[in-house]
Ligand binder design. Sequence first.
Ligand SMILES: [Zn+2]
Length: 144
Amino acid sequence: MITTADEELLRRAIAIAAHAVTLGDAPYGSLLAGPDGTILAEAHNTVRRDDDISAHPELKLARWAARELDPETARRTTMYTSCQPCGMCAGGIVRSGLGRVVYALATEQLVELNPASGAWPTVTQDGPALFDEARVPVEAYYRA
Ligand SMILES: [Zn+2]
């Protein structure tokens, strides 16, 4: 359920996205808020500026949270973001231990606005293979 307080923070994420456009960056913005609504960190998309495919705001904030927050604090943190996190960012958000994500545009809505946003190619993945060889470094690390 999205509350009025959520909508206020979501409007801030949209404002970050709008500001990104004025800087020449892609129109995506996000923030992290604590349980009382205090904004802990903000970010916008800098993929072009940084020439970095991973420079989505959601992933930048997930990495920040994992580095700067203890797990209990991270769990009580909510990410507000102008668009639904992509698969890359969703994985980072889960790994960072954030408690909740609130987004404005769903992926399907973004694709309606910009069909190129939906043009994610699939990648062939072959495996598993070489189990007896690949297990050696894993077992060496986790036995230590
Ligand atoms: Zn993303």
